[in-house]
Structures are given as structure tokens and as C-alpha cells.
Design a protein around this ligand. Structure first.
Ligand SMILES: [Zn+2]
Length: 563
């Protein structure tokens, strides 16, 4: 390929809104261009990288026994209503209507459409196991697109769905995908960090996320500093706390706290640290009210509470509901004297508290000197708070949790039978009884992986592509294209290296050498070959490795093997 006839416009400066290295360098190197916030054009260099990442993913999917299909972007409302996600999926998918007023969404994920496909033809247990995948454009109506290819409205994903006769079969299909992900990330030179995750709106159980750790990662990951436990912030588990000594006699004292409704205000007003306060939060769970208590300096974790209660819906109670349930305004709720119908769930740490402060269920008042058991009873102590730096490891019980920043590259979920049931993916088992297929789903961010690779592989001068996905393997810098003899040598290099299986870009543009060196580093060819003055003098070329800028001088004739 000749740069003079190619389309790879580079930029000296990154756009001012690009904060992440990957965003800056992919823009500067001429890989992508924005059309609107979170919507990008793929330029030729970017498209070459994208196709290579796709192929790595495709090869590993195929070798894991999954089979490629291609599903439509337009997903009919009817399928999404059957799964119950038309109104609940977050963020709300892009929606559109055809001329006959039939509604569709632009698929943010394809559980419904894939399950529908399989349901049509599935009849016998002999048809299973089956894992289908596609590499497809996906849409997500991001509230705040940012980070170049990281948070976008339109992106490329590989999504696979497995169908098995039972849970055991699912375990095998899941493991095959898990192993394929490890190989994909290895081939993309992405050091993976595998963490436990919450299934969120996908509604699964056993799930893992594959993260790449970088300082610009948008997810917080907790990992143990002693063992290999790792989990995302939503589901980092915390261990039970032993009950502390409690006073059995006496009673709490009612203290006026006019207008002091936040934890900070109450702490300052009473001269007590937040650890001596208990926050009581009233939630509406599947139509019933519950009180959830955490220490004043902690945050409640909605995901944990929802999972603990096995709740379909969970939301903070409205101020009007809080008034109805507690008899007081927001900020004055407490567990003492609450109606018996309101179940009290307390975080493990509350079990160790004594002589603490709670809201009095009366405006402008708190109770001081409160004791668990003596003053109120807890239905269950559980892990319902957000993990923080320094929490104990739930696995080895010896280490402490430390935090990292990660970018999620992929995830594997055990879905169970939810979608298969909703969309009728059933089969007859060996005894002729109708059974529902057991599903797993497996996503991998193809365009996102490109951002991940650049985050991990770059320096101040530009991108350092791994060979496996480089847009071209070799950049031949023809410093003086006007000299016929040098142009011929560049020709020979292109042909010889091409025959040896290397993809070569010859920079024959009418530009200064400095520009060519800068662009080659920015674009990130793993190998650069300089054809210049020295070549004319003594027939040698300079070979530079982008990774470490190691240079070697090679006689031109010896170049056919690429080194
Ligand atoms: Zn540990």
C-alpha cells in the first residue's frame, strides 16, 4: 500500500474534548472521526484494526464450537414485551416505528431475537447443546457518551448465546466461552483481570467480567491484596461481623435536633462521629416497605439488597411514603418503634454497634444511646453496604480489599431459563417430556477492545499496535521518493515482505522526513524500515521496532524474511 494513495489523515493535536489516551491517539492517528457525540466514522486504518479484532474473536468463537449467524438490528417490540424488557431495559433502547406504526428497537443486545430464532426450530434434546454468536453493530442511548470508543451510542460487539438441556450442560458451554475469552484477550495482548459481577438487567446468576486495568478505567474493581479474589464494586462481598457488647438495661434518650436531617448535620450537632450513627433507609420492595440500616459513614448497595431479598423491583420510598411509614420527614427515620409490618434488614456492621444514634421517627428529633435487641429487633443481618478500600477479603479472610480502575472488555453470564421460557425455546427430552432450554450469554466489546489495546499499548509518541491487530505490520519510510533507486528498493521491500506474509505501508508522500517519522510512530506500525540517505550510500536500511525503538541496520538484500 502506498501512503500517497491512501486515506489516513493524521492530526498534530488531539481534539480538546479527548481526555483518554486511546481517544486522543485514535483520533490523531486517523483511525476514527466523530459524526456526533458517541457516534464515529471508521477510517481505513481503523477499519483494518476492527476487522482484525473481529477475526481473532471469530476464530476463537469457532474453535470453542460456537456457530456464527447474523441477526437484524431492528428488533420487534413484541419479542421485547414477551421478555418483559421493553419498558424496563436501561438505558431505554433507541426506538423506531415503521410506516404501519409497528414498533421496533435498535438492538442493544439480542437475547430476545436469538432465543426467538432458536425457539422456531428447536424440537429435541438431540438439537442441543447449541451456541450461536454474531458480530454485530449495537446501539445504546448513552446519557453521556465519552471516552472515544468506550462509551458510545453505536458500537461493535460479539454476542454469543448458549442453549443446553440442563444446568450441567450450561456449565460446560459457559466454560468453553470463558476459556475462549482468555485466549482472545491473550491474542489481543490485553492483560485480563477476571472479576465477579452482578448480572444487573440481564437477569443471570453466575457471571464474570473480563477487565483491562488502566488508570482511566471507568469501573472500580476490588481485589484482595493477599489472594486472587476480585469483584466489581457492585458485588464485592463483605464478611459478617461479630456482635459487640450491648447494654441490656436503660433506654434511648430523645434529643431535639431541629432541622438536622443529614448525617453530617447530625454528627456535628451531637458531636458524634458518623460511625456512631445508624442510617435508616426506607425502601419499597415489590410493593412492601422495608427498613435497611447501615452505619452512618457507609453507603447502602442497592444491588446487594435486591439480591438478598430476591426482589423484582426495589426503590427508595417517596417522602410521602416515608411520612406514612415512619410518621416523620425524610432524614428522621429510625428502627425504634417502627410498625411491625416493616421488616428491618441491617448491615453486618450494625451488629457490632452499641450506644448509637438513630432517627426518632419524629420530625427534628433523634434517639441517642440506642442498642440493638433492647430497643428494636433486626429480621436479618446481611451484607448490604458498598465495599470500601481496606475492607476485609471475604475469600481468604486475611487480606484487605484494594481498588483498581478497569475497562470491561467482555462478560459471561449464566442466564438460566428466563428468556427460553418467555420466548418458548423448549424441547422434548429423552422421555418425551417438554423441557425449557437453559441459556448462557456471552458478550465481547469488539470496538471497545480497540480502545483497551491502545490504553495499554501506547507511549507519548503514539500507538504501539501488537502484531496481531496492527493496521499494517511494517511501515516503510521512503524518505526521498524522488530518488528512483530508493523508490525501487522500497518496491522490492514491499513485494518481498508481502510475499513473506507481512502487510506493508510505504510512506512515499511528498513530506519531510520528520513528518514521516512522527506519523509512523503515531499510527504505530510495529516495525518501521527507513529507506534513506544511508541506503543510497551503502545499501543498508534501518529497521526500528516501535515497541522499544530498538534499531538495527540491515543490508537491503537480506530483507526478504522481514527482519
Ligand atoms: Zn483474600
Amino acid at each position: 500500500m502506498r501512503a500517497s494513495h491512501y486515506y489516513a489523515p493524521t492530526l498534530r493535536k488531539a481534539p480538546s474534548d479527548a481526555e483518554l489516551p486511546s481517544h486522543q491517539l485514535l483520533m490523531r492517528g486517523g483511525f476514527i472521526r466523530p459524526v456526533a457525540a458517541g457516534v464515529f466514522d471508521w477510517l481505513p486504518l481503523g477499519l483494518r484494526v476492527l476487522r482484525k479484532v473481529e477475526n481473532v474473536v471469530r476464530e476463537e468463537m469457532n474453535s470453542a464450537g460456537s456457530i456464527e449467524v447474523h441477526l437484524p438490528v431492528l428488533a420487534p417490540k413484541d419479542l421485547w414485551e414477551r421478555s418483559g424488557r421493553w419498558d424496563t431495559f436501561e438505558p431505554t433502547p433507541f426506538r423506531t416505528k415503521d410506516r404501519g406504526d409497528r414498533e421496533f428497537c435498535l438492538g442493544p443486545t439480542h437475547e430476545e431475537v436469538m432465543t426467538h430464532l432458536v425457539a422456531v426450530d428447536l424440537s429435541s434434546y438431540r438439537d442441543l447443546p447449541l451456541t450461536l454468536y454474531q458480530i454485530q453493530v449495537k446501539f445504546r442511548d448513552e446519557v453521556r457518551p465519552r471516552g472515544g470508543l468506550l462509551r458510545v451510542k453505536e458500537f461493535f460487539m460479539k454476542d454469543a448465546y448458549s442453549f443446553d438441556v440442563d444446568r450441567e450442560g450450561l456449565d460446560k458451554s459457559y466454560q468453553a466461552q470463558y476459556d475462549a475469552y482468555v485466549r482472545i484477550l491473550d491474542r489481543l495482548s490485553l492483560p485480563a483481570f477476571i472479576v465477579k459481577a452482578d448480572a444487573g438487567s440481564m437477569g443471570g446468576s453466575d457471571t464474570r467480567e473480563f477487565h483491562v486495568l488502566t488508570e482511566y478505567g471507568e469501573d472500580t474493581i476490588f481485589r484482595c491484596n493477599k489472594c486472587d479474589y476480585a469483584a466489581n464494586a457492585e458485588c464485592a462481598a463483605l464478611s459478617p461481623v461479630e456482635a459487640g457488647p450491648r447494654k441490656a438495661d436503660g433506654e434511648p434518650e430523645l434529643v431535639e435536633t431541629p432541622g438536622q436531617s443529614t448525617i453530617e448535620q447530625v454528627c456535628e450537632f451531637l458531636g458524634r462521629p458518623a460511625e456512631q450513627l445508624a442510617k435508616t433507609l426506607i425502601y419499597k420492595v415489590d410493593g412492601e416497605f422495608i427498613a435497611a440500616i447501615v452505619r452512618g459513614d457507609r453507603d447502602l448497595n442497592d444491588f446487594k439488597l435486591r439480591n438478598l431479598l430476591g426482589a423484582e423491583s426495589l426503590e427508595m420510598a417517596s417522602p410521602a411514603d416515608i411520612l406514612k411509614v415512619t410518621g416523620a420527614s425524610v432524614g428522621f427515620s429510625g428502627p425504634v418503634g417502627l410498625a411491625e409490618s416493616v421488616k428491618i434488614i441491617a448491615d453486618y456492621e450494625v451488629n457490632a454497634m452499641s450506644d448509637f444514634v438513630v432517627g426518632a421517627n419524629k420530625d427534628d428529633a433523634h434517639l441517642v444511646g440506642v442498642e440493638v435487641e433492647r430497643d428494636f429487633s433486626v429480621a436479618q443481618f446481611a451484607d448490604i453496604r458498598e465495599a470500601v478500600l481496606g475492607d476485609g477479603c471475604p475469600e481468604c479472610c486475611d487480606g484487605e480489599l484494594v481498588t483498581e480502575r478497569g475497562i470491561e472488555m467482555g462478560h459471561v453470564f449464566k442466564l438460566g431459563t428466563k428468556y427460553a421460557e418467555a420466548l418458548g425455546a423448549t424441547f422434548l427430552d429423552e422421555s418425551g417430556t417438554e423441557q425449557v432450554a437453559t441459556m448462557g450469554c456471552y458478550g465481547f466489546g469488539v470496538s471497545r477492545a480497540i480502545a483497551g489495546i491502545v490504553e495499554v499499548h501506547h507511549d507519548k509518541d503514539g500507538i504501539i499496535w501488537p502484531m496481531s491487530v496492527a493496521p499494517f505490520h511494517v511501515g516503510v519510510l521512503l524518505l526521498d521518493p524522488g530518488v528512483e533507486e530508493l523508490a525501487q528498493i522500497a518496491d522490492q521491500l514491499e513485494t518481498g515482505l508481502g510475499e513473506a506474509g507481512y502487510e506493508v505501508m510505504v510512506d512515499d508522500r511528498d513530506e519531510r522526513p520528520g513528518v514521516k517519522f512522527k506519523d509512523a510512530d503515531l499510527i504505530g506500525y510495529p516495525i518501521q524500515i527507513v529507506v534513506g540517505k544511508r541506503t543510497a550510500e551503502n545499501g543498508t536500511v534501518e529497521v526500528r521496532r516501535r515497541e522499544d525503538k530498538a534499531e538495527s541496520v540491515v543490508r537491503e538484500e537480506a530483507d526478504g524474511d522481514g527482519k
